[in-house]
Design a protein around this ligand. Structure first.
Ligand code: MG
Length: 255
């Protein structure tokens, strides 16, 4: 069931979103060569504590995973697309890191992600990230009252496809609210003018995830969570929680 949010609820969601944006910025600032993924998770946990918020991810146990997610931050390195579990792995020069974070404050969730390179960046990695960011911006711009879900999906997908990138099957964006994952799903590819009519108060996590190698298939690691490209190519993932309002789309997860 799709739940529309009132203006008052959107203000509460903006506060949850601010926690998310702040944690992502703090982790990005802390991510350097030699820093471990668990240390980044600690940074994010500290932000949650500062705001009196709780993690949307820790203990989350969706149908596709064998175990609950053990940490507050998702850290996906290089060929890991999404859902990477923080480990003792220490970041190396040139790593492409995608961080994804969710926070719950006053009963509402926010969910966002960013990708960046640690240290010296390969031009191909920067292009991949930039393309994902462009797709996210296009998807957000399509999130308008009266448009349809397919308009968002098409806006995201066509930018990834034009660059020759793969788009993982089965995974995409979603509604956000009192639960982190709500209806409707927000596919990263679709037909314009088709699907759910977008209404004021709908809040969506829009989250392009692109794979440089161009294949759409992925594998899942033995941990049951980490989605990895089948060809070892790099992947990028960016995301914002966005409210559809009469005044246009509003990003709720800005820092
Ligand atoms: Mg999400």
């Amino acid at each position: 069931m799709v739940e529309l949010k009132t203006r008052a609820e959107l203000e509460v969601m903006r506060e949850a979103g601010r926690v998310v944006g702040t944690a992502l910025q703090a982790c990005r600032a802390a991510a350097a060569v030699g820093v471990s993924l668990l240390e980044l998770d600690d940074v994010a946990a500290g932000v949650l504590a500062d705001f009196g918020a709780t993690s949307s991810f820790q203990h989350y146990h969706p149908h596709f995973a064998p175990t609950p997610f053990p940490r507050v931050m998702i850290t996906s390195v290089n060929d890991v697309i999404v859902h990477g579990i923080p480990t003792t792995y220490r970041l190396r020069d040139g790593d492409l890191l995608s961080i994804d974070f969710g926070a719950c404050l006053n009963g509402f969730h926010g969910d966002a992600a960013m990708s960046f390179v640690v240290g010296t960046a390969a031009p191909a990695d920067l292009a991949l990230i930039e393309t994902a960011e462009k797709a996210l911006a296009a998807g957000i711009d399509a999130a308008r009252v009266g448009a349809r879900m397919g308009d968002i999906s098409h806006a995201v997908g066509k930018i990834g496809r034009a660059a020759g990138y793969g788009i993982p099957e089965d995974f995409g964006g979603h509604g956000v609210g009192r639960r982190m994952h709500e209806d409707p799903s927000v596919p990263n590819e679709g037909k314009p003018g088709r699907g759910l009519r977008l209404r004021e108060g709908l809040v969506l996590a829009i989250e392009p995830m692109f794979m440089a190698g161009g294949q759409d298939k992925y594998t899942i690691d033995d941990d049951g969570w980490s989605l990895r490209t089948v060809d070892g190519s790099q992947a990028a993932h960016v995301e914002h929680t966005v409210a559809i309002t009469a005044d246009g789309p509003v990003i709720l997860t800005a820092p």
